[in-house]
Write a protein that binds this ligand. Sequence first.
Ligand code: 48N
Length: 315
Amino acid sequence: MAPVQTLDSSKTENGATKPLKPSNDSATHDVAENYEGQYRFAPIEEAQVSRAMIKRYFESMYERAISGDFPAHQIVIVGAGSAGLSCAYQLGSTRPDLKITIIEANVAPGGGAWLGGQLMTPMIIRKPANRFLQEIGVPYEDEGAYVVVKHAALFTSTLLSRVLAMPNVVMMNATAVEDLIIHEDHTGQQRVAGVVTNWTLVALNHDTQSCMDPNTITCPVVVSATGHDGPMGAFSAKRLVSAGLLKELGNMRGLDMNRSEPAIVNNTREVAPGLIMAGMELSEHDGKNRMGPTFGGMIASGIKAAHEALRVLDS
Ligand code: 48N
């Protein structure tokens, strides 16, 4: 039987490569100029690039410094891992009136969700958390009780793109939360009222330079999802202990997938007045088990943290 001919549209009958067929208003058309003419960019001055960045970045920093302006309230989310980003997506998509500010210490957001386990790339998500994948448009293989996303980066990059496309969401990456703002109300109760920030490279170098003071962002509710390890992990849980608002850390316990994921989701809550905790940071705060390379609990915890944050904000 004659072999099946697969038509290769980029080739002519005799196998030569067809020249690009540019339409007049496409990138292909512009690139085609390289073969016939010169690729031309619109002219620019360097100062225009600098000013375009400075204006936008510092305007948003100025606007997000305080949530006092009514009615747009502000929620700050610390940590852009799978829990923090799921929380941001849930808040941003259901409450367009809210100002949502994500503070992420790494240059690259995403936390531990760029890979599955042991640097392998597929991501496992146990049902019913796969419904979130359907909502944000991440394809997966259905394996019955769980689903497999072909590459964790497909989940994280899709979620990041959905969150960052929301007009009410601002993310400040390469920025560390290095303290919590803690006020005392008229009853004497201590309440988290915002975060203290610095550029991460500054926060990591306080031992090399003195007096590099931080900045502040005040808000009525903070969601902390800083994970269980890493240069600054479990940040708020540790700060609650050193600030006297938590007696001691529970410390993350051994791996047990079946106990850990429901425990973290069901215990996602306001751990101190004004502070919601989510994701693996909660395993350190409460002393819950870890689950290893399965991410459904992070998604569900982030979504629950959004509901908790709205409950606190609207109470
Ligand atoms: O991904 P993580 O570390 O944290 P979660 O809770 O979003 O997801 C945890 C998940 O990746 C796992 O650990 C999986 C399920 N494995 C479990 C197991 O048993 O091993 O994201 C936290 C983010 C990171 O991007 C950090 O850079 C950031 O928080 N971060 C901070 N950002 C700003 N200021 C800080 N002080 C800070 N500390 C951490």
